[in-house]
Design a protein around this ligand. Structure first.
Ligand code: MG
Length: 321
């Protein structure tokens, strides 16, 4: 390489961290092709990051400052705004407040050139269809042209039928989104806390850009769930791990290092994107922050829980168990 060119590239490299060009500029709008999610270039894209916690209970992290820090210090390429929909408290009780939180994270993701999941974080979305349609209609109107945005229209259905309950809900929400956004990726949760991807694969939604959510908690889930996911992939659908945990399915317990290692192998083999639960200082194993930590960015290693430290190393350095 000619010295002048090398010098110029070195100079550009110095400043690359401050330029906004990132993973979305590099890969464009995501789309499903066969059982993979690919970029505008046609090659598989797998991005990774951490999910925010239920917006109504950890709203302090729904800020530009927190997302900036996670991009800068954790190297996240995917974030997830979890709009809390719950009978006690959340979007339906305080729609404007919760909407603004989600919008803050989505805008911050766009400013940082990373992907963002707009997650309808609900366990009974089939009962809240009209609210979901209204919410995603507005989101599609505002963000439908942004390649950063991925709609996650149902976090975790419970013990309900895919074909009779979840799929009909999803088709109506997708129809509403597609009126304003014909092409962005939509991810649909699957029954039994987004573990029955095989049921969705057996009766997929008729839309060219839909993938299905696979959720796992390493302390609880292993070979059986991976077998169902493999079956779904072999049936030709694309999957995204929009939520996973290093601990037990209740969000607590010790970090399950051996099981996380097996899951990371599976994720790498199948080129899956993933977002870990959760940006939170709740006193539980899945939280990335210790309970006494009240800052919303600039965390030291001592501020992070065991899970937080592990995830930061995984995302920053690719360090695996
Ligand atoms: Mg679009």
């Amino acid at each position: 390489m000619k010295p002048l060119l090398a010098l110029t590239l070195g100079f550009l490299g110095l400043f690359s961290a401050t330029l906004s060009a990132g993973v979305v500029t590099e890969n464009g709008r995501l789309r499903v092709e066969g059982n993979r999610i690919v970029g505008s270039h046609g090659d598989p894209v797998a991005v990774a990051g951490v999910s925010h916690f239920w917006s109504q209970w950890m709203g302090q992290y729904y800020t530009r400052e927190t997302v900036d820090w996670l991009v800068e210090d954790w190297n996240i390429t995917l974030t997830r705004a979890a709009l809390g929909v719950h009978p006690d408290e959340g979007y339906q009780q305080s729609p404007q407040r919760e909407f603004k939180k989600v919008q803050a994270v989505v805008d911050a993701a766009i400013a940082n050139d990373v992907y963002v999941l707009i997650d309808w974080h609900d366990h009974h979305a089939e009962n809240n269809l009209s609210d979901a349609i209204a919410f995603f209609t507005v989101m599609a109107q505002i963000y439908g042209d942004q390649p950063h945005v991925i709609y996650e229209i149902y976090n975790e259905p419970l013990k309900v039928s895919w074909s009779k309950v979840v799929k009909p809900y999803a088709e109506k929400v997708i129809e509403a989104i597609r009126k304003h956004d014909p092409d962005n990726l939509i991810v649909v949760g699957t029954p039994y806390w987004s573990q029955r991807v095989d049921e969705a694969a057996a009766d997929p939604i008729d839309d060219p850009n839909v993938a299905y959510s696979l959720h796992f908690y390493a302390g609880t889930h292993g070979d059986d769930l991976r077998a169902r996911a493999t079956q779904a992939l072999e049936m030709g659908v694309a999957l995204m791990v929009t939520e996973w945990g290093t601990v037990n399915a209740n969000g607590d317990g010790d970090l399950a290092y051996d099981s996380v290692a097996e899951w990371m192998d599976f994720i790498a083999t199948n080129q899956l994107s993933h977002a870990a639960w959760a940006v939170s200082n709740k006193n539980e194993g899945a939280a990335i922050l210790k309970p006494h930590v009240t800052t919303i960015s600039g965390w030291t290693e001592d501020d992070l829980t065991e899970s937080g430290l592990f995830l930061r190393n995984l995302l920053r350095e690719g360090v695996r168990p």
